[in-house]
Design a protein around this ligand. Structure first.
Ligand code: FE2
Length: 200
């Protein structure tokens, strides 16, 4: 992920959409999305306290909620969770965890449009009402609980239980969802190496 020159986000580069090359590993891409959602929560907290009205940062939060969050929810609901239901062992009790996460997704899907309305008003320099502040606080509090469960429970179990064919299936489905050619290959690079400017 590369930030445009001259732009210095307090969250580093994590507000930018993940590099598509991360789709070599679907779970790695999902982990990057979770990190990004955590950064969006930090940004929404700052907006709620009047600490941020920077249009570029606001636009990145809008991009995430409008474009990338629905993709992320679909990655999990339509592909990762069904794969986990098939691969996990009874002692993982994955059905119970996934049922809880699906309810969270429903709530996130219902709340995101309200948060987007608040961000649109902030972008127009409208003052933030107490109700809007409370809405942002509820959204971030709820999102953080969800992120903890996915980061600490879902991803480690998925890494343990998914087979090579499951990883391949997840990766291809995520690429198709984003309109990418499934034959695309990316050169190997170390995590510390940034992609060329303009490439994602
Ligand atoms: Fe989720």
């Amino acid at each position: 992920m590369v930030a445009p020159s001259g732009y210095d986000s307090p969250c580093g580069d994590c507000l930018l959409a993940p590099d598509h090359a991360l789709l070599k590993d679907g779970l790695g891409f999902i982990a990057a999305d979770l990190l990004r959602e955590r950064c969006v929560c930090i940004l929404l907290d700052r907006i709620a306290t009047g600490d941020c009205s920077e249009p570029q940062e606001l636009a990145r939060a809008v991009d995430f909620l409008q474009r990338d969050l629905p993709l992320h929810l679909a990655d999990e609901q339509e592909d990762l969770f069904p794969l986990m239901r098939r691969c996990c062992l009874p002692e993982d009790e994955i059905d119970r965890v996934i049922s809880r996460l699906l309810l969270d997704h429903q709530q996130a899907g219902e709340s995101a449009p309200e948060v987007l309305c608040v961000l649109a008003k902030v972008l127009q320099s409208a003052p933030l009402t107490l109700e809007a502040q409370q809405l942002l606080a509820r959204f971030t509090s709820f999102a953080r609980r969800h992120l903890i469960l996915e980061t600490a429970v879902i991803l480690p179990i998925a890494r343990l239980r998914l087979r090579d064919s499951d990883h391949q299936s997840l990766r291809l489905r995520m690429m198709q969802r984003r309109g990418l050619d499934t034959k695309t290959t990316w050169p190997h690079r170390r995590p510390s190496q940034a992609p060329p400017a303009g490439k994602r």
